[in-house]
Design a protein around this ligand. Structure first.
Ligand code: ZN
Length: 140
């Protein structure tokens, strides 16, 4: 079942998070929390020629928060700051239900669509993205 596949993707990122730790040097660093759930995430990134050469997350949180952080780092690496902001804003619109989720081309990100059914968890899924957005905006 498709839904089970997506749950598997989220659990996989939760158990084996990608890009966890701190980017060195941390040209960009921002920390934020979601007190409703107790999630706390710090996003750090190394910038080279205006592009995100490395991006990592650290902190603690629930499975959705950590999985979403892990998925996000994979999506933002290699992008320019402007591209990254655009990508983040699109995801935020999807998580608000303002625009529909894409299809298979979204890769692992598609797995987060299921969170829309649990409005109270949306903040868990968007915390890292919101944090990265704040960090990038502070650099522009
Ligand atoms: Zn959470």
């Amino acid at each position: 079942m498709l839904e089970e596949l997506y749950q598997e993707i989220i659990l996989d990122h939760y158990r084996r998070p990608r890009n966890r730790g701190k980017a060195v040097p941390a040209d960009l660093a921002y920390k934020d929390s979601n007190p409703l759930c107790g999630d706390e995430i710090e996003v750090t990134a190394t910038l080279v020629d205006g592009k995100i050469k490395d991006i990592k997350f650290d902190g603690h949180g629930c499975s959705i928060c950590l999985a979403s952080s892990s998925i996000m780092t994979g999506k933002l690496v290699g992008k320019t700051l402007a591209e990254a902001l655009n990508y983040i804003e699109n995801f935020q619109k999807m998580m608000r239900g303002d625009i529909p989720f894409g299809g298979k081309e979204m890769g692992d990100l598609k797995a987060l669509e299921g969170v829309l059914k649990f409005p109270v968890r949306v903040k868990c899924a968007t915390l890292a993205w919101h944090t990265a957005h704040r960090g990038i905006t502070a650099k522009l």
